[in-house]
Design a protein around this ligand. Sequence first.
Ligand SMILES: NC(=O)c1ccc[n+]([C@@H]2O[C@H](COP(=O)([O-])OP(=O)(O)OC[C@H]3O[C@@H](n4cnc5c(N)ncnc54)[C@H](OP(=O)(O)O)[C@@H]3O)[C@@H](O)[C@H]2O)c1
Length: 272
Amino acid sequence: MGSAEKKIVLITGANSGIGYEAVKALLESNKAQYHVYLCSRDLEKGKKALEQIRAEVPSVTSTVELLQLDVTDDDSIKKAYEHVQSTQGRLDALINNAGAHYDFAWVDGKVSLRDCFNKAYDINVTGAHIVTYTFIPLLLKSSDPRLLFVAGLSMLTQAAEQFFPTPSLPAGWPKRVDFETIGYRCSKTALSILMLDWNHKLKADGVKVWSVFPGMLLTNLGGGDSKLLEMVKKMGAGPASEGGAILKSVVEGERDADAGKIVSKDGGIIAW
Ligand SMILES: NC(=O)c1ccc[n+]([C@@H]2O[C@H](COP(=O)([O-])OP(=O)(O)OC[C@H]3O[C@@H](n4cnc5c(N)ncnc54)[C@H](OP(=O)(O)O)[C@@H]3O)[C@@H](O)[C@H]2O)c1
């Protein structure tokens, strides 16, 4: 099968965690062939990830290519767009996966409270929006365009019913929250309205849009903070490969009936 018949997929933040596993899952697929852009903000980290992928998935006809893309850097986004435009000329699936949270860094005094919120918002919301806005012309060249956002567990109805993951706190100030995530969760809640907005704007263009909640998984989110990893392990976090699998299933059409929604594994839909 020639390159023209391959599905072209771009995944931001794919040097690590769920994005990395999504690249692997697509390369290993027996349903379709892909050319996957493994995007990394840091080329050295990207090269290591590419080497690891080539060792783990040695002989497939799908292909993978490293692309520098920092979602907080407009010039980097534009260059990545120009590269895909000149090499493939279209995009079949854009996966806005890059994400970060700084709440533990704030608790540890490593960033200010303002930076904790603004950095998360810049990467998780503004970055995803500008990447999407930039790549739309290439998605519109696809005969089956797909736009994915990676959701966090931040949905309002759920939070109102049970204020996960924070138990009741005793009166007094300051409050000590062992599992602080509010900056991250505010940004991921904003990402939900972003998904709905793109779904609305692109309906007539036939672009299918989803937010995909991968589950709570063991990754480098939060900068690989060991305290955070220990806590999410205790909360039952699964392997990052579960996130790769659900992203692949959405790309491959298994959740087409749920376009415009926040989907989770095993056919689940997360309510607002
Ligand atoms: N893990 C979970 O339990 C969970 C649950 C729900 C949703 N998610 C979401 O899943 C997505 C992937 O996260 P993960 O859990 O796999 O964590 P991860 O292993 O830390 O992966 C995050 C990726 O995003 C990249 N990134 C950070 N800032 C970036 C920037 N400015 N530009 C481009 N890339 C950037 C990271 O690059 P560096 O390696 O250079 O930092 C890394 O490749 C995120 O959107 C996260 O919010 C995760």
